[in-house]
Design a protein around this ligand. Structure first.
Ligand code: NAD
Length: 297
């Protein structure tokens, strides 16, 4: 069995996958390496296009180590009888914890304070923050990550509301608000946890930001496309949005104008970057590949 790992992967994960067969790690020419491969593993860097898999007669599985399948042409895989798998739950807690950290950081000006001190300043008066207890957290998309964040925020005394049309999971914590305008008007902090779809792309637009509370905090650890970054820039500049914290961007690596704003806190798509999440992703991949490749031969 030959397994091509096209993208950067933790050493431990590569070792675990090595137990299933011969691993070809980060080949220079992925297309050529696929000619005699049974499985291909990618993260988000490699684009699995029709072209890439055109000459891979033995390829049975394409595995995405992570959640989003934006970089995999699923129709092209299906047409060739190639199963596409991913590890959707493995990084959920890591992302929920990052979102919570970003909320706390934005409420207490932690990142701003850090930068001021590193710049030799001691300006306590500019750093008066807010407490999250009693505030309303509005979660857009109450799925795996959204619900984990809801549970953590509830434990810290926040009220949790969500905009998530059915089907959806009740958990005794969240109050679903089905009218988007009402939802936007109720939240002190809006945290986004939806996939990028035609319905969610640009959901955080200038028009929808205008419906949010003055001084709202916006957190995005889902997909960059959900936010109109120009509209967010204008809204932070005008003070309508008091702060924003982003882990994901329309174009990555991000190098845009939001970097200029003191109240916008940025991380470089590190939602799933914890030791624990990577361990879980590795274990899940090994289990799924075993299942798929064992089944087919
Ligand atoms: P999920 O599928 O479990 O949950 C998504 C939820 O969004 C579902 O409950 C769904 O009903 C809801 N939804 C769909 N369309 C909607 C709409 N138009 N309006 C409101 N709700 C809608 O997904 P998840 O595993 O929780 O992942 C959420 C997001 O986080 C995804 O975009 C994923 O790619 C992203 N993610 C980011 C990182 C990172 O590194 N920052 C890591 C993992 C996942």
């Amino acid at each position: 069995m030959r397994i091509v790992i096209a993208d950067q992967m933790e050493e431990e994960v590569v070792k675990g996958i090595g137990a299933l067969g011969q691993v070809v790690y980060k080949p220079q020419d992925v297309k050529a390496a696929l000619q005699d491969a049974d499985a291909l593993i990618v993260r988000s860097a490699t684009k699995v296009t029709k072209e890439l898999i055109a000459d891979a007669p033995g390829l049975k599985v394409v595995a995405r180590a992570g959640v989003g399948l934006d970089n995999v042409d699923q129709a092209a895989c299906k047409a060739k009888g190639i199963k596409v798998i991913n590890t959707p739950g493995a990084s959920s807690n890591a992302v929920a914890e990052l979102a919570l950290g970003l909320i706390l950081g934005a409420f207490r000006n932690i990142q701003k304070a850090h930068h001021q001190m590193k710049g030799g300043k001691w300006e306590k008066k500019t750093l008066t923050g807010n407490e999250i207890e009693g505030k309303t957290l509005g979660i857009i998309g109450y799925g795996r990550i959204g619900a984990l964040l809801g549970k953590k925020a509830d434990a810290l005394g926040m009220k949790v509301i969500s905009f998530n049309p059915p089907p959806r999971q009740e958990d005794g914590i969240v109050k679903f608000v089905d009218d988007l305008d009402s939802f936007l008007g109720m939240a002190d902090v809006v945290s986004i946890h939806v996939p990028a779809t035609p319905q969610t792309i640009n959901l955080v637009s200038a028009a929808n930001i205008a419906k949010m509370k003055n001084g709202v905090i916006i957190i995005n650890t889902s997909r960059g496309e959900i936010i109109d970054e120009d509209a967010l820039y204008d809204a932070v500049k005008s003070g309508k949005v008091a702060g924003a914290a982003l882990d994901v961007y329309r174009s990555e690596p991000y190098n845009g104008k939001l970097l200029e704003l003191e109240n916008v806190y940025l991380t470089p798509h590190i939602g799933a970057s914890t030791k624990e999440a990577q361990d879980k992703i590795g274990a899940e991949l090994v289990r799924l590949l075993n299942e798929e490749l064992g089944k087919k031969g």
